[in-house]
Design a protein around this ligand. Structure first.
Ligand SMILES: Nc1ncnc2c1ncn2[C@@H]1O[C@H](COP(=O)(O)OP(=O)(O)O)[C@@H](O)[C@H]1O
Ligand SMILES: [Mg+2]
Length: 259
């Protein structure tokens, strides 16, 4: 039984914990260590950016942490509960209740209105699709006037704000974003980042965001640097300049693969 009462869900001070997580892709003899022993603990209400060169394992990290992919080894805990050891149906249920995910390409359902897109996760989680709750979260992201529009009638920035509302409406333990500003112009990106920051600061949301943009990373409380599937650095209170500087030296730290 992993279904617990709401008040008990606040028991763990950790929103996310990884213990020696590994993910190996490919058949024997042709293997890639996409994640090579990642351990971390993120407290509730933290905003973490994950950076690293292309191929360093950022997406693999996010997918393993969010239960979208199964690690080859190690353990993942969300809100104190281990992801492993569930069947696919139980894992899907857990994800629907506890995990929010925002993608680079928004992934809204084009046939549904803004309102329908946002109430869908509540329906899928078997909760009462309270229109007031959906309206409130859409008002928070600045789309209170666009409830009955379809995604194609909105700008990219507005679509991503709908996707964030959709991810927040279930009040997930962790909101994950894989390059959530990667497809946006500078101004829309800033709106989206300010929104994520507000979710953390005003509502105590935990956010973990992969980005390759030092400016985006500077909105987080701390930055984790990945290289070759390992955490090779951390920075708290990041500035865009400091992050950019760190990134330029990151490639020096990658041990070249010797054939
Ligand atoms: N499905 C897969 N099959 C085989 N190799 C993969 C797969 N997904 C990712 N990889 C490899 O794992 C490593 C990390 O990939 P990824 O997590 O996508 O990195 P990033 O998001 O930092 O660019 C890369 O070497 C990539 O080629
Ligand atoms: Mg990636």
């Amino acid at each position: 039984m992993f279904r617990r009462k709401a008040e008990e869900r606040t028991g763990s001070p950790e929103a996310l914990r990884l213990e020696s997580v590994r993910r190996v892709y490919g058949a024997e003899g042709n293997q890639v260590n996409a994640l090579d022993g990642v351990s971390l603990s993120l407290p509730k209400g933290s905003f973490t950016a994950v950076m690293g060169p292309s191929g360093s394992g950022k997406s693999t990290f996010l997918h393993c942490a969010a239960g979208l992919d199964q690690p080859t080894g190690g353990r993942v805990f969300v809100d104190g509960e281990e992801l492993a050891g569930r069947n696919e149906a139980a894992l899907t249920k857990f994800r629907r209740e506890r995990i929010g995910f925002v993608f680079q390409q928004f992934n809204l359902l084009p046939a549904l209105t803004v309102m329908q897109n946002v109430t869908l996760p509540l329906k899928l989680a078997g909760r009462k699709a309270d229109p007031e709750q959906a309206r409130a979260v859409l008002a928070r992201v600045g789309l209170g006037e666009r409830l009955h529009h379809r995604p194609s009638e909105l700008s990219g920035g507005q679509q991503q704000r709908v996707a964030i509302a959709r991810a927040l409406v279930t009040r997930p333990s962790v909101l994950f974003g894989d390059e959530p500003t990667g497809a946006l112009d500078t101004r829309s990106a800033r709106d989206v980042l300010a929104l994520l920051q507000e979710a953390v600061r005003m509502y105590g949301q935990t956010v973990v965001m992969v980005t390759h943009d030092p400016v985006a990373a500077s909105y987080a409380d701390s930055v984790l640097f990945l290289a070759d599937g390992r955490i090779v650095g951390r920075m708290t209170a990041p500035t865009a300049e400091a992050v950019a500087e760190r990134m330029t030296h990151l490639s020096d730290e990658i041990i070249p693969a010797v054939a």
